[in-house]
Design a protein. Sequence first.
Length: 392
Amino acid sequence: MSAKSPAPYVDPLEHTPLHTLLVNTNRLQAMPIWLVVAIITFNAALVAVVWLPFGWIGLGVLLTFITAIGVNWAGLIGLQRTGRSFGPDRPTVIALAIVSAAVLVVLGLFSVPWWLPVGVLLVMTAIVYYSTWVEPFRLGVTRQKYQTLKLKADAPTIRLLQIGDIHVERIGPRERHLNKVIAELKPDVIVFTGDFVNLSNTNDPRSESDIRTLISQWHAPLGVYCVSGTPLVEPLERVQAFTKDLDNLKLLPNQWISLQTPAGALNFLGLVVTHDMKRDRDILKKMMMSAPPKGLHVLLMHPPDVAPEANELGVDLYLCGHTHGGQIRLPLIGAIFSSSHLGNRFIMGRYELGRTTLYTARGVGLEGLGAPRARFMCPPEIVLWDIIGTAI
């Protein structure tokens, strides 16, 4: 009797509520246009029932609702037509129609002044436009300084550029601007912390070609080093295809590499994330047992999920992404969701853990499947580090 083949690996994130929501909302894109229009019409009818008794004021509120939904829908389609982003329009416009109608019905039941529902619709439309047409393309450079006794104090500063989560669908204005900024910064070394491709495009040959075109232009004197991202988005074999035969960069699948610089050794450990917390912690522990004895130890891993263990094991600098900073953030509340096993604990930015400095980058690209290609109060970023040796 032949031995059974091992069961295929399943990313634990596949069974989370967030992924289930993305899959199911993405299916709404297959709805015929007439059905989407029917849903919008039904919600408009609810608004009419509440507001038309107010006469001309109610009619104005109803017409503003219909116009706002139409403008939002046209804007979402325009993103695709202009090549800015390629997310589904129908799930988002359905959600906007339902939410907008619910707000107007509640306001109407309380007999608020006419300008309040009109103002709410105008603000919502402005937010939709800003979060889809503007903020996703406001790529910024966050500058950080890291000082360490493990490098020589009299040596030149090492300029390290951290990039994460490009989530390519096609090369568009965001991707072209990214490569322009990278060329202008002239870093000494570049690291990429995973998620090359958008979840909607994992096996798309055009996306693979565009990824290779994009990353083949990344150059730095000390090299470009990458790790794979979430297996559900890009299994390791897909990342190997993205990077195959590109001599300007090196993929680090559970591997150390040591760079000799005038300041001393710069040691990078690249880990392949599985999102099985026990497996990820175990492989980190195993790899740290073979850490180079001298120099700065930098961990490159897609999520921040093993930060407590990295601190215990003596990692100096932990660079990651995965969370997108929440991608959609609300005033006072912050991120409304997180794909990290640790929730919002390390959602974005710099954290000093004791022995380890952690930085979770907001990333460059956007979530896929049914998610709106939007950012709000969470613009994309790349991070330029000045790594400086200090004396005792």
